[in-house]
Design a protein around this ligand. Structure first.
Ligand SMILES: [Zn+2]
Length: 461
């Protein structure tokens, strides 16, 4: 691993570097994270409970919502915390957060926690929410970003490319993209980095593909759906950007076949991370395996069965997150809207619990007329083997009907439409109404730049 070149803020001091104050804090945390990741699970839990007790004490004193909720659960400011105590609280839904944000927020925050800002989530799951965050809580985000770089042994002196949702950035939408002299904060606060180049995800995939071939970055950060589009293009053209070693994905669940395709087409490793705007980092990919480690220093993350008990290895359940450090708006047991599969302890030796995959969003579940729900797996990644489909998504418009929206390369024949419908039905186990709807306009991304392949347009309830 190349030695990260630390930035020095002190004049005439190069070695060892004396980093700027912001970097000092992030590095001090990172130093502790390098030790805590090896703690056994029980020791990690004990530390989490210490922190949770402090958060609860603060919430009890300063948040009307939490004073009432904790009180109703029989939890007082002096209650010793355990996972059982945490589980005695009801979960907090996005709707709670939407309707009662003011009561959930704390009226007073220690001044050492800095200013309070508001993060509005993209609302990709249909329910936009606003979360107040302290400056200090962002410090944990910065430290875990550094952990991600160090875990995945990135050579920070090289060029990094980003393809993201950059709505107001005209330069990033141009065919030459935008260039930056560094990787930006928080990485550049601590390390002297190489340059970066950025392009808007809203540009045509062919433009992105050509730009990456010309830029030759060592790293690329992109949404999984955007990567999939580029892999299609490069595969068809027989070209690819040279020198790309790692593709970092964010924001969406990674389809099962994407890691291997990334390796096959680009010769690059896919490294995913799981975070949300409301709670920050939830899990990072293990440095040695394609699964994830929960970031237990930052959040208590539960993965729960339908009856509320914790899932065991191999089971898929609802993700419920309690971020530990945001005193502006404590979120005990927040239902983030995703599902995940629990894994066995990792052979790498880190005590941080393992999640094998993030499987999607609850709101995006396919509902059946008999009241059951299932994963909306319509086999869309294979549509191209059936018909010339450029883009697709499935919209459930009624309890007994779905539209498979496609953007075809040319109008489809009746035989192709029937074959697509049969393919989609078979994969999803769907026996009710299904229409193939051909669109001429591209399928839009959501405001947050996400690109859901399944949308439920029927009301929950
Ligand atoms: Zn591991």
């Amino acid at each position: 691993m190349p030695q990260p070149p630390y930035r020095s803020a002190a004049p005439l001091i190069a070695f060892p570097a004396v980093p700027p104050p912001r970097a000092q804090q992030a590095l001090a945390l990172q130093y502790q994270l390098q030790q805590s990741e090896w703690l056994p699970l029980e020791a990690l839990r004990a530390q989490q409970m210490r922190q949770l007790a402090l958060l609860a004490q603060h919430a009890f004193a300063h948040s009307p919502w939490w004073r009432r909720t904790l009180d109703q659960a029989g939890i007082g400011p002096a209650t010793p915390w355990s996972m059982e105590v945490l589980r005695s609280l009801p979960t907090l839904t996005r709707t709670d957060l939407q309707d009662h944000g003011d009561a959930i927020a704390c009226t007073s925050i220690p001044k050492e926690h800095g200013r309070v800002g508001v993060t509005r989530t993209s609302g990709s799951s249909g329910t936009p929410v606003a979360v107040r965050k302290t400056e200090l809580s962002l410090l944990f985000w910065r430290a875990i970003t550094l952990r991600d770089h160090l875990w995945h042994r990135r050579d920070l002196s090289t060029k990094s490319a980003l393809i993201r949702y950059l709505p107001d950035d005209a330069e990033a939408a141009s065919p030459t993209g935008r260039t930056a002299s560094s990787w930006g904060p928080p990485t550049h606060d601590v390390f002297r980095t190489g340059p970066a180049c950025l392009m808007s995800i809203q540009t045509p995939a062919a433009q992105q593909a050509a730009w990456l071939v010309a830029e030759r970055p060592r790293y690329l950060l992109i949404y999984p759906s955007g990567l999939s589009d580029l892999l299609d293009l490069w595969e068809a053209e027989g070209t690819r950007p040279e020198g790309l070693v790692q593709v970092r994905t964010v924001s969406e669940a990674v389809p099962e076949t994407l890691r291997q395709r990334c390796q096959d087409v680009l010769g690059a490793t896919l490294v995913d991370c799981y975070s949300s705007q409301e709670v920050g980092y939830i899990a990072l990919q293990c440095p040695d395996h394609p699964h994830y480690h929960l970031q237990s220093e930052s959040c208590v993350t539960e993965i729960l069965r339908d009856d509320g008990t914790p899932c065991g290895p191999g089971e898929i359940g609802k993700v419920v997150v309690t971020p530990l450090h945001n005193l502006a708006m404590p979120l005990f047991r927040y239902e983030i809207g995703d599902m995940a599969e629990v894994g066995a302890p990792c052979p790498c030796g880190r005590g941080l619990p393992v999640v094998t995959r993030i499987v999607g969003r609850i709101r995006g579940m396919l509902r059946h007329p008999d009241g059951s729900r299932s994963w909306p797996v319509f086999g869309g990644q294979h549509f191209r083997t059936v018909a010339p489909v450029r883009q697709w998504r499935v919209v459930q418009t009624a309890i007994d009907h779905v539209d498979v929206e496609i953007v075809p390369e040319r109008p489809l024949t009746d035989t192709e439409r029937q074959a697509l419908a049969a393919h989609a039905r078979k994969h999803a186990g769907w026996t009710h109404g299904l229409a193939i709807v051909e669109r001429t306009e591209p399928i839009p991304r959501t405001k947050g730049g996400k690109y859901p392949d399944f949308v439920s347009a029927i009301r929950e309830g």
